[in-house]
Design a protein around this ligand. Structure first.
Ligand SMILES: Cc1cc2nc3c(=O)[nH]c(=O)nc-3n(C[C@H](O)[C@H](O)[C@H](O)COP(=O)(O)OP(=O)(O)OC[C@H]3O[C@@H](n4cnc5c(N)ncnc54)[C@H](O)[C@@H]3O)c2cc1C
Length: 372
């Protein structure tokens, strides 16, 4: 091994020991998919060296970590990245045509409608999504049918997903990247991945390095993300106080300009991010990507009216899927009779996304300053 190649030990020093490991599972997914098995993930998702004799010292676990900046320039060049929010071909507000999807969706259901369209047209064999297993608790799943996509859509908390015992740590983060390692074994070679910016970033870096099986991810749908939350039995009470509602009384939780909680009594409460920052995962404070800048298509709620998803089409693959889905009426765009109003709405939407991006970048800079 060349002494210049940084590997898992450096990853521990530069990321885990600084408390900014997002536990995305990228390093473990790569190591296990390649059958090297030098790394494993602990119960809390944190990677550790399980058998150093199996380590090839290739340095890939280090390079693909979303908190490591070594490949940023190369990736930006490859994707035609532009300031301030990454590549973009078009911006739109849209929603699923299907009421069934809209009824369960977080915003307009565009993510689920696009995935279900891509499945139906055999453009993908499956999609890595995340299903609810309890309030503020989700787990990654490989969905292969419309029913499974519907199960994963939205951010409602139904009675079928009761509050579990709060002995352990709960998080809104769902490590979809970990599912990538199983794709080869399941003979899945055309898969979509839905994820937060850190997850899409890891996959893109794996693709840049031609790391298998990242080539099986043929479509990335990125979610806008200010932060993910985590809490445990001790912090639960404080969280409920700041949310102004008990977790068992949450009907729906949406994150847009702020955190929007709909109670089981259908009351809507808006909570500013700053009230919830203490429950955000530390890794989120080191992240500067709000609008999921490396995805094929990025989706969020900010900038669109209720019931619509804000969509950024970034790559030719993303734009082509979206246009086909629109032509075939799987999705519909918010219409404007007045072209001036359409332009104004586009400008307002862009301004909101840029402002949220700057907020996240400023927070990361502040957090870097504080840790020096
Ligand atoms: C943690 C988190 C933070 C977010 N922060 C913001 C924000 O600050 N501002 C903003 O405008 N939008 C934010 N969003 C995006 C927004 O909440 C919607 O997901 C987005 O608008 C898509 O809506 P939709 O109705 O089209 O999606 P739907 O059709 O409802 O589909 C949502 C998809 O996202 C998947 N998913 C849900 N939770 C997760 C998760 N934790 N990890 C990976 N995949 C998941 C589901 O499995 C499903 O496939 C955030 C989303 C998440 C998960």
């Amino acid at each position: 091994m060349s002494s210049e190649v940084k590997g898992f030990r450096e990853l521990l020093q530069e990321v885990q020991q600084k408390g900014i490991c997002g536990k995305c599972g990228g390093c473990v997914a790569f190591c296990s998919a390649g059958e090297f098995h030098a790394l494993s993930a602990g119960g809390d998702g944190a990677p550790f060296l399980v058998d150093e004799s199996k380590c090839l010292h290739c340095g890939i676990c280090y390079l693909i970590c979303p908190q490591i900046k070594a490949l940023d320039q190369e990736l930006r060049q490859k994707t035609g990245w532009k300031a301030p929010i990454g590549p973009q071909r078009r911006l739109a507000s849209a929603r699923a045509h299907s009421r069934k999807i809209r009824n369960v969706a977080t915003d307009g259901g565009v993510v689920t409608a696009l995935l279900s369209y891509a499945l139906k047209k055999h453009l993908i064999q499956a999609a890595i999504v995340s299903r609810r297993v309890g309030p503020l608790s989700r787990e990654a799943m490989v969905a292969m049918s419309m029913e499974e996509l519907l199960e994963a859509a939205g951010s409602h908390f139904e009675e079928s997903h009761p509050v579990r015992a709060f002995g352990e740590r709960y998080t809104t983060f769902s490590p979809g990247v970990r599912e990538v390692k199983s794709l080869g074994k399941r003979d899945l070679h055309r898969v979509a991945l839905v994820g937060t910016p850190c997850q899409i970033f890891t996959i893109r870096k794996m693709q840049l390095l031609n790391v298998l099986p990242a080539d099986s991810v043929v479509l990335t749908i990125g979610l806008f993300c200010m932060e993910n939350f985590s809490f445990d039995a001790k912090t639960r009470r404080a969280l409920e106080k700041n949310l102004s509602v008990k977790l068992g009384q949450i009907h729906k939780l949406n994150i847009k300009d702020d955190v929007e909680v709909t109670t089981t009594k259908k009351e809507v409460v808006h909570i500013p991010f700053k009230l919830l920052d203490e429950f955000a995962r530390p890794a989120c404070f080191a992240c500067t990507d709000f609008a999921n800048e490396y995805a094929d298509i990025s989706c969020g709620g900010i900038g669109s009216p209720d019931g619509y998803t804000t969509v950024i089409l970034r790559t030719t693959a993303g734009e082509s899927l979206y246009n086909r889905a629109k032509e075939d009426q799987a999705i519909e765009e918010l219409g404007f009779r007045n072209p001036d109003r359409r332009r104004e709405a586009g400008t307002e939407m862009m301004a909101k996304i840029v402002a949220a991006t700057r907020r996240k970048q400023a927070r990361a800079a502040q957090s870097r300053g504080a840790s020096k």
